[in-house]
Write a protein that binds this ligand. Structure first.
Ligand code: FAD
Length: 505
């Protein structure tokens, strides 16, 4: 395998990923997961029988982090939660393959400064996930076994050559760090707590804002793009300056140690902890909320049971909508215009399970910069302190442009081609053949995975424009950064808003 040829097999679009590339000449056991297909059940559901009638005070739509956090806030009340997938977690989902844990989306979080939102910190502390450390005046993770050792954190593979940092060293980086330090301590989470004097940064692009202050070479911009795409689904020219500054200044990265917390199942760890505290009979997976209609001071809701192909009718007083807002067009049309302009980056996450026969030194995050802008690299389970002894798992991440979503439906048809190319990238990274060691591959496709914090997007809470005070919105695609803490806060804020009616999150 020739690493210098890395670029030659790389491609620039999802369409190309599906038609050309490398054939590893080896049949793989591939399991494909695609929630878009469940969504399509809605179109055939007019033939399904209505078999059940239910009522509850609260309905929660969606069992991602936001919906689960809302359920936690309502855990002692009369609520029902419906999640369309067979797994809870949304873009923070996980599952098991035999005895090993797989992460199908969000992989990590970092320790929290003391000025972060107290509602979320209290919830995480109640769940036993974090505790306050008086010495550092920060919130640390209780499960120390999931912290990633500093020397195993990351390695960068830039066009076939290994480097130490995504941002190239030199005077530009020094100037950039000095600039970001000015905002350190002023960029809390959730972003609704950011002081109004910084809100103007939301109106321009990060690249534009930076170029007016420091030199930004193409090489440096490539590093910035990589970082931002990894967390926000788009590069420095597409995200707002507020989002960009927040990325680099929301924790004391340049002055204090910041813990990196990554269990093998990724942020599904948080879902499992929340789920354990909830009344199980109120949580329903494989159920798609199809329509919400206002009726008699409340709501009448149609829900598709995706397993039985039957319809349940629910009447409820209040709704927390924590599903993707683009689907409001079909589910609750009056409020669709509020969210119409949100753009989402589609993601594909590939878990490759190996037998343990590889000897290479392991790094947790293996960041790959190549001409294939969609490929972001992979997380290697071997670098986790809890390495799952009998197997090694690489979780490979691809982030596509919003307009590439049109090709997403083709991935399933051509999954072998897509996976072959993924394996080729890994073989080039390790400079050895891997195909005979692969036991199974899991592909998870997410069409509307990540709302892009473009200029003007952040801080615009759709709840202030909602048409019915008893239907509130949660989720990161409501003017939030696509991050765990924001999602947790959005669920708690939505419940507060429904309860007292006055609080605008
Ligand atoms: C690949 C990837 C990696 C990421 N990595 C990280 C990370 O490492 N750290 C981090 O902090 N953040 C990360 N993020 C972002 C983080 O995962 C999200 O911000 C967070 O999980 C979003 O939660 P949410 O509840 O707002 O939305 P979602 O996770 O999108 O949840 C929405 C849920 O609603 C369900 N739903 C939608 N419509 C309906 C309906 N009509 N009926 C029933 N259910 C419905 C969906 O199936 C889904 O489960 C990552 C995101 C992606 C895509």
């Amino acid at each position: 395998m020739n690493r210098r040829n890395f670029i030659q097999i790389s491609s620039v679009s999802l369409a190309a990923l599906l038609v050309e590339g490398c054939n590893i000449d080896h049949e793989l056991d591939i399991e494909y997961m695609n929630d878009m297909s469940i969504g399509h059940l809605a179109f055939e559901s007019h033939q399904f029988p209505m078999t059940k009638k239910l009522s509850s005070k609260y309905l929660i739509v969606g069992g991602g982090i936001a919906g689960m956090s809302a359920a936690y806030a309502l855990r002692n009340e009369d609520f029902l939660l419906f999640e369309l997938s067979d797994l809870l977690g949304g873009s923070s989902a996980g599952s098991n393959y035999g005895k090993i844990s797989l992460c199908h989306g969000a992989h990590y979080d970092l320790s929290y400064p003391a000025d972060y939102g107290q509602e979320v910190l209290n919830m995480l502390a109640e769940l036993g996930i974090v505790y306050h450390d008086a010495f550092s005046n920060s919130w640390k993770f209780s499960d120390k076994k999931y912290l990633i050792p500093k020397n195993k954190k990351s390695r960068i593979f830039d066009h076939g050559i290994f480097r130490n940092d995504v941002l190239p060293d030199g005077s530009e980086k020094l100037a950039f760090i000095e600039l970001m330090k000015k905002y350190s301590g002023s960029m809390p989470m959730p972003t609704r707590l950011i002081d109004a004097k910084f809100h103007g940064f939301n109106e321009v692009s990060f690249l534009n804002w930076l170029q007016r202050r420091i030199e930004v070479s193409v090489e440096f911009a490539t590093g910035l793009d990589y970082h931002l795409k990894d967390d926000y689904g788009a590069g420095a020219a597409e995200v707002s300056a507020l989002a960009g500054i927040h990325y680099f200044a929301c924790r004391p990265y340049y002055t204090k140690p910041v813990e990196l917390f990554s269990p093998p199942e990724g942020n599904y760890y948080f879902i499992k902890k929340i789920y354990a505290s909830l009344p199980k009979e109120r949580i329903h997976t494989s159920h798609l909320v199809k329509s919400i209609v206002e009726k008699n001071h409340g709501f009448e809701v149609e829900i598709i049971d995706a397993t039985k192909k039957e319809i349940t009718q629910l009447t409820c007083d209040k709704v927390i909508y924590a599903g993707h807002k683009h689907a409001l067009k079909y589910i609750y049309p009056p409020d669709y215009p509020i969210f119409e302009k949100t753009t989402y980056a589609p993601w594909v996450v590939v878990n490759v399970v190996f037998d343990k026969s590889m000897e290479n030194e392991a790094f947790w995050q293996n960041e790959i910069i190549s001409d294939d802008k969609a490929l972001l690299g992979f997380v290697d389970s071997e670098a986790q302190a809890t390495a799952q002894n009998e197997k090694r798992v690489f979780t490979v991440y691809f982030c596509f442009k919003p307009d590439e979503r049109k090709w997403m439906s083709k991935i399933e048809e051509r999954k072998q081609t897509f996976v072959d190319k993924t394996i080729c990238y890994l073989e080039q990274y390790f400079d050895q053949s891997l195909k005979n060691r692969i036991e199974k591959v899991f592909v998870k496709q997410m069409g509307h995975a990540m709302p892009i914090p473009a200029p003007g997007y952040l801080l615009k809470d759709g709840n202030s424009k909602r048409s019915n005070p008893n239907l509130v919105y949660a989720g990161v695609d409501n003017g939030r950064l696509p991050l765990l803490f924001e999602a947790l806060d959005s669920g708690i804020s939505a419940v507060s808003l429904l309860r007292d009616g006055s609080r605008e999150s």
